[in-house]
Design a protein around this ligand. Structure first.
Ligand SMILES: [Zn+2]
Length: 251
């Protein structure tokens, strides 16, 4: 099967509060990460960067000329592919080794990126079976409670392990905006990857349901409000806590 070459790789949509979402419409929804750009007075926050198969920096430059702090929610290929294009890279240290030495296994590419992952190609010679992510070592390790200051707005880093050891979200308490990565999303939560820890996932969910959130801008699928956030968190906690019940998925 030969796919056509995409005319335009990234699409974008504006939300309130200076938030813009970019995405890669020709990638399958499970690998189509939401890329979030948040405008600040002095600098902008870029939360995740997609697969890295086409340059993202020129798309971000169209949004503003300010310096960009590039945050990584976690080290899976669909979230950090474009990180190497941005000089300031913030991420939890538990993902440092993978970001410095990415391969098809540690980034979960193997088995996830295939010909049928796409309905159009980024460029003519693109070969899914050879796809890798460029190394993009963390330049500013972050941990729980750290503050990211954009000049007129601040985001708090929340370390929420479970999906991966260094998974982090960022919360703007002034607006209640929560950028969650793959920790909570309105779709299947993955807790059976090689470095997932379901017990940590439960603890992260218990923490999330107490957060003063108005809107969750997640790593995949659509954004949702606090009620839906609590419902997803409760469902996960209940499913994992059922006595004698092994990991259940897709329910
Ligand atoms: Zn992930």
């Amino acid at each position: 099967m030969t796919h056509p070459v995409a005319q335009q790789w990234f699409h974008r949509r504006s939300f309130s509060d200076g938030v813009t979402m970019l995405w890669e419409p020709h990638a399958h929804p499970s690998t189509r990460c939401n890329i979030w750009h948040i405008a600040g007075r002095d600098r902008d926050l870029l939360f995740d960067t997609g697969m890295g198969v086409m340059p993202l920096a020129p798309e971000i430059a169209k949004l503003s000329g300010r310096p960009v702090l590039c945050f990584g929610s976690h080290s899976h290929f669909d979230h950090v592919g474009g990180h190497h294009e941005f000089p300031e890279r913030l991420m939890h240290a538990a993902e440092a080794e993978i970001m410095a030495r990415p391969d098809r296994d540690n980034m979960i590419i193997e088995g996830w990126v295939r010909t049928d992952t796409f309905d159009a190609l980024p460029y003519r010679d693109f070969a899914p079976e050879r796809y890798t992510v460029q190394a993009a070592p963390i330049t500013r390790p972050v941990d729980d409670g750290d503050v990211i200051d954009l000049g007129d707005r601040v985001f708090e880093v929340l370390h929420l392990p479970g999906h991966s050891p260094g998974s982090c979200g960022v919360l703007e308490r002034a607006t209640g905006l929560f950028f969650s990565g793959d920790v909570i999303l309105d779709g299947k939560l993955l807790d059976d990857l090689y470095h997932s820890v379901p017990e940590d996932f439960v603890e992260s969910m218990e923490r999330i349901r107490e957060l003063p959130v108005t809107t969750v801008h997640a790593g995949h699928h659509k954004s949702f409000g606090r009620d839906r956030m609590c419902e997803i968190a409760e469902d996960y906690i209940k499913g994992r806590r059922r006595a004698g019940c092994p990991a259940e998925h897709g329910s």
